[in-house]
Design a protein around this ligand. Structure first.
Ligand code: GAL
Length: 420
């Protein structure tokens, strides 16, 4: 009787185990790779899909699970990703900005695999811009592959709107305010803003910070050479507050795509946005230099606000071999030259085929080669996550209250708390 009972128990155990194994085999289909990003629309999705096509051509038996969370520069996406990473449920690879976002949040906490060996094996380590690769590196190891370089300090314009109102593109900070004032007398919105996701206002602010501090002064904030109470920072808040007098009233209900669309529809004259807006304007049927123009944000000529999207290999990725194939695609010339012309970014590799890039992107490449680079705060490179959240809240508060002194003080407090 005893024997029979234990035999029965082992049969039950076996059946249970078989069930569990087959279930987990189902849940972890070997022939897939899950890629996480916030590229859900407006030129971004198109770029990602083109990159996935390149992957599919090379690895037809592996299915890409395209996990996207909307929000751009993604407060939402970043939170979802972090929860998954911390909870031991990482995707196979994910979009992450080079610099603090990668290093502080995921590398120092031991959540990423070093991939220097892979880059060496594929013979591509020396093909990348080394300053950009540096943002993916920590203590001598590389932890992610830069797919692109976006420029943050760009202002796009509707050429027809400017012509109709006899507006010359501004050349410095002073003439920018004059032009905005002139436009405010017309029926168009001088400066389009969509800050339902707070980062877009911070994006404008950081370009003004560069304009006031200069590239060296701005970079000095992160290496300790520029004091957090430098009076030029206060001036940046003052100037930013002036700009906010010229934005659309419904800005807090709109996204960056909506604001870009306002320029496209002739409702607004200018839009300060990263050049993913160039990708978006192209998907809306516009050609750079024809219907829309661009200039560096007044006061920032000679500097290039760097934003770099990279992909790495999380520890515990469910399909590490497939993830490596994805990374190889990201690192490849074909991948970079397919994705970037659509996305509105320039390649992180130096040996790209320049003929594939339009007039705006060629301009960006030329500036990138000769300008001083400044890493973006809003897009994760310059400062740790805590500081970005605090600055987003601070700038958002300033947009609503206009309390310049309060914002300047808060900035100093947050620098002390999160940066030094
Ligand atoms: C940035 C990202 C870009 C673009 C943008 C808006 O942070 O680097 O690739 O996605 O957000 O969504």
């Amino acid at each position: 009787m005893l024997l029979k009972k234990s035999a029965l128990l082992s049969v039950i155990l076996m059946v249970t185990l078989m069930f569990v194994f087959s279930f987990s085999a189902l849940a972890q289909n070997e022939n897939e790779v899950e890629i996480f990003s916030w590229w859900t629309g407006g030129g971004e999705e198109e770029g990602l899909n083109a990159l996935i096509d390149v992957f599919n051509e090379n690895y037809p038996n592996i299915e890409v699970i395209n996990a996207t969370v909307a929000g751009g520069a993604g407060a939402n996406a970043k939170a979802v990703l972090k929860t998954r990473m911390v909870g031991g449920n990482p995707p196979d690879s994910f979009q992450v900005h080079g610099g603090a976002e990668l290093i502080n949040t995921y590398v120092e906490t031991g959540m990423m695999e070093p991939i220097t060996g892979l880059l060496e094996e594929w013979g591509v380590k020396d093909k990348f811009n080394q300053q950009i690769l540096e943002l993916s590196s920590y203590e001598g190891e590389i932890y992610s592959i830069p797919l692109n370089v976006h420029r943050g300090n760009v202002m796009f314009s509707n050429k027809q709107v400017l012509a109709e109102h006899n507006i010359e593109p501004p050349t410095d900070m002073e003439s920018f305010l004059t032009v905005l004032e002139e436009l405010s007398q017309t029926d168009v919105v001088p400066l389009a803003l969509g800050d339902t996701n707070k980062w877009t206002a911070t994006h404008i602010f950081e370009t003004i910070l560069v304009a006031k501090l200069g590239a060296e002064g701005y970079n000095g904030l992160w290496n300790g050479e520029t004091a957090a109470d430098d009076p030029r920072i206060r001036e940046a808040f003052v100037y930013f507050d002036k700009l906010m007098q010229y934005v659309n009233e419904d800005h807090s209900a709109l996204t960056w795509q909506d604001a870009t669309q306002m320029v496209r529809d002739g409702e607004a004259a200018f839009n300060i946005m990263g050049d993913w807006a160039e990708g978006y304007l192209k998907t809306l049927g516009w050609t750079p230099g024809k219907q829309f123009g661009w200039l560096t944000v007044p006061g920032t000529k000679g500097t290039f606000m760097v934003i770099t999207d990279t992909f790495g290999l999380p520890k515990g990725a469910p399909h590490p071999e497939n993830a490596k194939k994805w990374l190889k695609t990201v690192a490849s010339l074909e991948g970079q030259d397919t994705f970037n012309p659509i996305k509105g970014s320039i390649p992180a590799r130096l040996d790209a085929d320049k003929s594939k890039y339009d007039v705006y992107l060629t301009d960006s490449m030329n500036d990138f080669a000769k300008n001083t680079l400044t890493p973006s705060i809003a897009h994760g490179s310059a400062a740790p996550e805590g500081f970005i959240t605090a600055l987003n809240d601070n700038i958002n508060g300033l947009v609503t209250t206009g309390d310049i002194e309060g914002s300047f003080e808060e900035f100093q407090k947050d620098m002390a708390e999160y940066v030094r």
